[in-house]
Every structure is written in C-alpha cells, then in structure tokens.
Design a protein around this ligand. Structure first.
Ligand SMILES: Nc1ncnc2c1ncn2[C@@H]1O[C@H](COP(=O)(O)OP(=O)(O)OP(=O)(O)O)[C@@H](O)[C@H]1O
Length: 409
C-alpha cells in the first residue's frame, strides 16, 4: 500500500510487489437513479480490479513497453509505478528522479500560463526554482510553444499541452521516464523530436517505461515488453513475441483467472510468432542507392525470422507517399505465390521492374502473415526511398504524358 523511494544502486529501479488496484464502480449513473437508490448505495456499487497481483522488476537502463487491449490496465499500472495512484494491496518501490508524462494535461493547472506551469510542474518533479530558471530557455526552445508560453494553458491545443509537458519532463534530468501514449498527440515533427530525445535517454542509460498502441514503437524502442490483459500480466519478455501475442488476439480473449498459467501456456503454444528483421530497397544491381530514377528496376527485400514452424506464410508490402497514402501494394498471395511451411530465417523479395514512380519520397511498410493469413508482424515505414523524375510530369505516377494544342477553330 506504499510507494517508497530508496537509493541503493543494487536494487532494480522499480519493483512492483503483488500490486492490485480496486476501483469502485457505481452502476446507477443518472442523478435520478442515485436519488432513488439513496440509502442503498452499496447495492449499486461494484468492485472492479483494474490490476491483479502484478509482480515486476525493472532494471535501470532498460526500456520497457506496456501493451494490451483497451482497458487492460496499462495506464493504471504506469500510474502505480509513478506513485500517482496508490495500490489497494501490494507495494511499489522506486528509486531515482522520476518524470511522468501521463494523460493529457495531468500536472498542469488550466488557469496558469505555460510559464507558470513549467515552474509548477518542474517543482512537482523535484526541481528548485533556480534549477528550473537555468533550464527555462531550453524547455521553451524544445517545446516550440513560442509566445504562447504566457497564455493560460486552458487555451492550448492538445498538441501544445504535450509539447510543453514533454519539454519539462525531459529537462528535469530523470532517471526514470514514464510515458503514456501522449506521444501520439503531437505532430509528426514533434513526435520525431520526442523519439530522438527518448533514444538519447536510452544511450545515457536512463530507464523508460512506455505505454503505446503503436506496436512498431514497441519493437523498435523497447528491450522488453509486458502484455496486460484484464489487469494481469499475460506475457513478459521479447517485444517481438509480445507484439505477436497481442496481434494473435490472445490477450483480448484470455480469461485471466486462477487457471491463467495453464491457459496461457496452452494458448501460447498456438500463437504464431514471427518477426521482420530487415527491409532493403535495392536497384537492379543489388545496391541501395540514396535515390532512384523513374523507370529504374526496384527490388524490396524483407528478412523474416520464424522461431516456431508455420504451415504457411505470406508477406505484404505497402508503398506509401509521405502523407501515408497508399501508392501501390500487394501480398505474396495476391501475386499468386503460395508459400509453404517455414521455420527459421527467410528472405522475401518484391520486384518492381521499370518502376513508374514519379519524383518524391516513398515509405515502405511490410507485414508478415501466418498460416491463416493473420498478421503476425508489421514494420511500418521500415525503409524509405526517393525517386527523381527527369520527365515533365509530377505526382506519384510517372505517365508518358505529352501535350499538344490547337489554336483557332
Ligand atoms: N479512476 C477510475 N475509476 C474507475 N475505474 C477506472 C478508473 N481508472 C481506470 N479505471 C478502469 O480500469 C480499467 C483499466 O484502465 P486503464 O486506463 O488502466 O486501461 P488501459 O489499458 O490504459 O486502456 P487504454 O488502452 O484504453 O488506454 C478500465 O476498465 C478503466 O475503466
């Protein structure tokens, strides 16, 4: 029932000991129902366990992803780790300086300006006024909020909130950074800036716990991932396996009860696992140039690895423009190639002879499918390439357009 901060360097940075969290849910939601039920309130309340007997240790310097279906308890666990909510039973031990980016606007006071909130937020995270002052310009610069820093934050857009909150969080020099999905809110440029900052934190040996529905972020950034379902940990280990388990639908259907371990073992035996290890865009000579010309032969190679035998597999490819719109796509099945059993590594190759792309940037997303065509791994924007078109047309398609005119009748 306690959150203790310890300072020894030998213990993990976070230790979650048999944590459960109970919420009480009222079933009579309207005011009228509440008045009618007055005096019998307990009959209309229900206990609900958002977390059930969670045991975890997080080692310093690791990046952990928390994933799971909606309502599985990810945010509640993150808040319990951060000491923002107290567990109903069990305990959380944490050491070091922590910064948390939880739900939108948490920790910000709507009537205060951005500037005032920076000081307030930083002081909640343990920084003195003088320390905050020394970082203020960097925080402002990182946030990109500009002159809006002296506007009350109730007038901020959700993106502006996140920018400022992230800027404060990363400048309080945290040993442990907790991030709940908020990165999905900012625009693409800011998201990239945040991800770069998180990578720099990883290089500096800081610890990060990340809740994200963007599974490609989990596989690309985390050293370990935890799958939650109905308040229980159903998997804890390799991020690729965790994502495969989530994609298999297993986590949405599991009844996390006393027989969980048996069911988990049985279900995991049926989960098809696989990962995409690399994606290369190459020309006809097998080289990967920085830029292609319209009409070049393009080959896209995908390295996959399947630890447990698949009876059949297939691979999908999407080539998108920078706005994420599909330019062309296919799967090995749609191209009439049936692939048999696979265990271990394999290379799949899509060939685009004389590719008629117009000039521009393109992103390549690939997916690996299992025996029943279900997706078991996806690498979004795993590679990019650019095309220069020396013809007179533009757009994603190079056409052999010509022009003529007729003057007069
Ligand atoms: N303060 C609260 N009072 C009552 N129930 C709550 C409270 N906070 C969370 N819950 C419930 O606990 C469960 C877990 O919620 P939580 O927000 O941790 O899930 P999540 O996995 O983060 O979901 P999502 O992916 O939708 O963000 C949900 O059923 C939610 O309705």
């Amino acid at each position: 029932m306690t959150t203790t901060i310890t300072t020894s360097s030998e213990v993990p940075i976070v230790r979650v000991n048999d944590v459960s969290k109970r919420f009480i849910i009222r079933k009579d939601n309207s005011v009228k129902e509440r008045l009618l039920n007055f005096g019998h309130a307990n009959r209309f309340k229900e206990d609900f366990f958002a977390l059930k007997h969670i045991d975890l240790q997080i080692d310093a310097g690791t990046t952990i992803g928390l994933i799971g279906p909606n309502g599985s308890g990810k945010s509640t666990l993150l808040k319990a780790i951060g000491g923002i909510i107290q567990p109903t039973t069990g305990s959380v031990q944490r050491r070091g300086q922590m910064a948390a980016l939880l739900e939108l606007g948490a920790g910000f006071h709507p009537d205060l300006t951005g500037r005032e909130n920076v000081y307030l937020n930083a002081s909640v995270m343990g920084l003195s006024r003088v320390q905050t002052e020394s970082h203020f310009e960097e925080i402002l610069e990182f946030s990109g909020i500009g002159e809006f820093i002296d506007t009350q934050v109730k007038f901020y857009s959700s993106g502006m909130y996140v920018r400022l909150a992230f800027a404060v969080a990363v400048h309080v020099d945290p040993d442990l950074l907790l991030v709940d999905e908020v990165l999905a809110v900012g625009d693409e440029a800011f998201q990239k800036k945040c991800l770069d900052k998180i990578r720099a934190f990883q290089d500096e040996g800081r610890t990060i716990v990340l809740v994200s529905h963007t599974l490609s972020q989990i596989t690309s950034m985390c050293s370990r991932a935890i799958v939650l379902a109905r308040g229980s940990v159903v998997f804890d280990g390799d991020p690729y396996d965790a994502v495969s388990i989530l994609r298999s639908g297993f986590a949405t259907t599991i009844e996390a009860d006393a027989h969980k371990d048996d069911r988990l073992r049985a279900a995991l035996a049926n989960v098809e696992l696989g990962r995409i290890k690399g994606v290369r865009v190459m020309n006809g000579q097998g080289l990967s140039p920085k830029s292609f010309d319209t009409g070049d032969d393009i080959a896209i190679e995908v390295d996959v690895e399947v630890p447990k035998r698949l009876e059949a597999w297939s691979v999908g490819l999407h080539i998108n423009n920078p706005l994420g719109q599909l330019v062309t796509g296919a799967t090995s099945t749609s191209l009439d190639v049936g692939l048999g059993a696979l265990q271990g590594p394999a290379v799949a190759r899509f060939l685009l002879p004389k590719a008629p792309f117009g000039s521009g940037e393109y992103g390549v997303t690939v997916a690996l499918m299992g025996s029943h065509g279900q997706e078991i791994a996806r690498a979004a924007d795993a590679a990019t390439f650019s095309v220069s078109n020396h013809g007179g047309t533009w757009g994603p398609l190079r056409t052999a357009m010509t022009f003529e005119s007729r003057v007069g009748a």
